[in-house]
Design a binder for this molecule. Structure first.
Ligand SMILES: Cc1ncc(COP(=O)(O)O)c(C=O)c1O
Length: 386
């Protein structure tokens, strides 16, 4: 605030992101590991520019792709993933891109440009663990089925293209070792069944961050911490002697802890013997993940003493707009600031403009925080409309 920030705002920093990646990089993955920044997790141009000398970027849309080019990434430093890329990729393609095909239809549609632009290509596989955990009759909509892999390989070979990478992404906040292992076993199986020998195996992200907890209070990384994750990757490549590099596209694990959301208390209500803090930011506008995650929250001003059950509400006309309910000091008053931690992953991606504009964003990479996005004004938002 001393630097002039106006709530609600996010403050993001490079150092926690870097520390998380360094911790991962020290682990033994069985092969040299290459880390890709997951663009969708944190669509923050300042972060993308800061990361560029350190590694490549993984994108899944035209916006992310063009943003990556603008941030200075060369085509071979951009890994294009995601479904239905035939809608947008031909319009912006470059020579030498790295692209993972997601379906046979998409592959067919993109083959001419893949050949013309000499893309380095791979295939995403859907493994048996990628089903809706509440209704396993429904599969996740990403990747090729194992029986489609030989068809895809043959189509690529027919065009002189070699599928150099095999990609999976085995859910997010991966719950346990067994699920991860079952997914990776499917990778080995498809290679055995088809004789495919990809040079790179991209095991996606999925690793939970250390801070956030589930709504029942359990830490997401209880089931599969970084060490066990790396051990499973080692086990995988020990059965794939031909693999030269392991690719990792961690999103939430390195990013979550690199951000804080700051909101200000505007009003305080006592209802049914409990306290409701009405704030200028909250779940609907800035923190969708609070639907399923509990994050640490503290008061910037020094407020001690008795605590009472308190709900932290956002400013929109939805009871749903609740960052969290917990014991907080009864001395919190209008004008105080609340810090919602671990706001560095999937917060910008899920921001809404529900009755209000987008928030201010600050970035720190050494040398002090600077404002990299001003709060959206009415005039700017109104200018969109014809
Ligand atoms: C293809 C792909 N790579 C990487 C990520 C990042 O995942 P996570 O945040 O679970 O690490 C995702 C997230 O959905 C994804 O779909």
């Amino acid at each position: 605030m001393e630097a002039g920030a106006q709530s609600p705002f996010y403050l993001f920093a490079a150092a926690p992101y870097e520390a998380a990646i360094e911790r991962l990089a020290r682990l033994d993955h069985g092969r040299p590991a290459r880390f890709w920044l997951s663009a969708k997790t944190q669509p923050l141009p300042a972060l993308w520019r800061w990361w560029r000398p350190r590694g490549g970027i993984e994108v899944v849309s035209e916006f992310e792709f063009r943003g990556a080019l603008r941030a200075g990434y060369g085509p071979d430093e951009i890994l294009v993933n995601g479904p239905a890329k035939h809608r947008w990729l031909p319009g912006v393609s470059r020579r030498g891109l790295r692209v993972h095909f997601d379906s046979l239809l998409e592959l067919e549609a993109l083959l001419p440009i893949a050949r013309k632009h000499q893309w380095r290509v791979g295939l995403r596989l859907r493994t048996p663990v990628e089903v809706d955990s509440e209704d396993p009759a429904w599969a996740f909509p990403f990747g090729l089925e194992p029986e489609e892999i030989p068809v895809a390989l043959a189509r690529l070979a027919g065009q002189g293209l070699d599928a150099g990478s095999l990609h999976v992404h085995l859910k997010t906040n991966l719950p346990d070792v067994a699920t991860f292992r079952r997914g990776l076993d499917a990778v080995v199986r498809v290679c055995q069944d088809t004789g495919w020998r990809p040079r790179y195996v991209d095991v996606g992200g999925g690793l939970a961050p250390a801070g956030p907890r589930g709504l029942e209070g359990a830490r997401f990384d209880d089931g599969l911490g970084v060490e066990r994750y790396a051990a499973e990757v080692r086990r995988l490549v020990s059965r794939m002697s031909w693999v030269e590099e392991v690719w990792l596209e961690h999103g939430r694990h390195p990013a979550a802890g690199s951000g804080v959301l700051v909101v200000r208390v505007l009003d305080v209500k006592e209802r049914l013997g409990r306290r409701l803090l009405i704030c200028d930011g909250g779940r609907t506008l800035h923190a969708m993940v609070s639907v399923w995650e509990e994050h640490d929250l503290s008061v910037l001003e020094s407020r001690r003493g008795r605590t009472v059950p308190t709900a932290v509400q956002g400013p929109t006309c939805m009871a749903f707009d609740c960052l969290g309910r917990r014991e907080l000091p009864v001395s919190i008053r209008p004008g105080d600031h609340l810090l919602w931690f671990d706001a560095g992953a999937y917060h910008l991606s899920w921001e809404t403009r529900f009755s209000h504009g987008l928030a201010e964003v600050w970035w720190e990479e050494g040398g002090g925080p600077r404002c990299v996005r001003s709060a959206e004004t009415y005039d700017r938002a109104a200018a969109w409309w014809h």
